[in-house]
Design a protein around this ligand. Structure first.
Ligand SMILES: C[S@@+](CC[C@H](N)C(=O)[O-])C[C@H]1O[C@@H](n2cnc3c(N)ncnc32)[C@H](O)[C@@H]1O
Length: 245
């Protein structure tokens, strides 16, 4: 099982740096389906608010550290125990007997190595009901190499959290990503974490081919989480696909 995709060391900081405004986006699908398979569920950032709004969510997450963060949050909300199930597993190989009306894969597709993408989408397809939906997001096009630089500063009481990123593209289009996290308490550095990981960029055409090959049809393509239609120059693509006959 894949356990280190860049989240092991800094899982406790994941929610602090979260700035994605996509809960309402995912809730629209959650409300419609009632039951969601959330793959690469992370810290439960999407699953927990959806469960609070009445959606049942079955979560798959390979990273023990992310699952631990998820469980800690979840423990504080015992009323959600019949709404959320958290399972250790990765997208390529998880195996459940149930099939689902909809699945999410948010922030995770870029981490799947190119040679595992077909098997991963096929495995999701197997877990969907006929015409069941897959909602996933992916960065497309190239990414400029950049030296390590500060991208976020979050202040909370006595604490200041800083996040730095550096990227380098290899000839096979794999992007080596280095994230560095620094935590200061009353101005004194108390934690520094270096977390390397890899991401793989792709093109919209390649994503279309993969979906075609793995039993999906595309219903909608968005360029953001506010349902704006995808435009040719967007570098972020959100796909709503469904399992075809
Ligand atoms: C950017 S986080 C997104 C977490 C959550 N979906 C969210 O939106 O907050 C990416 C997550 O994908 C998980 N992941 C990485 N590779 C994976 C794989 N092969 N199968 C399933 N999940 C994976 C990571 O462990 C991490 O929790």
């Amino acid at each position: 099982m894949v356990v280190n995709k860049g989240y092991e060391k800094a899982a406790h900081l994941y929610d602090i740096f979260d700035n994605k405004d996509n809960i309402d986006f995912f809730y629209r699908y959650g409300k419609e389906a009632g039951l969601i398979l959330d793959i690469g569920a992370g810290t439960g950032r999407i699953a927990i608010p959806l469960a609070k709004r009445g959606v049942k969510v079955i979560c798959i997450e390979p990273s023990p550290a992310m699952r631990n963060e998820f469980s800690q949050k979840f423990k504080l909300q015992p009323d959600l125990s019949d709404k959320i199930t958290l399972i250790a597993g990765d997208v390529q190989s998880f195996k459940l007997t149930e099939t689902f009306p909809a699945a999410f894969l948010s922030g995770s597709f870029d981490h799947i190595p190119s040679n595992e993408r077909i098997a991963s989408l096929q495995n999701i397809n197997r877990h969907l009901k006929l015409e069941g939906k897959l909602i996933f997001d992916v960065y497309i096009g190239g990414m400029k190499d950049s030296p390590l630089s500060l991208i976020d500063t979050i202040k909370r009481g006595d604490y200041e959290y800083q996040r730095f990123i550096g990227t380098k593209t290899l000839p096979d289009k794999t992007i080596e990503v280095l994230l560095v996290y620094k935590t200061y308490k009353q101005g004194k550095l108390i934690e520094k974490i270096e977390q390397p990981s890899a991401a793989v960029t792709t093109s919209r055409e390649k994503v279309h081919e993969l979906l075609q090959e793995t039993g999906f049809s595309i219903k909608n393509e968005y360029g953001d989480y506010y349902f704006s239609p995808f435009k040719e120059r967007d570098s972020f693509l959100i796909i709503e696909a469904f399992k075809k006959k």
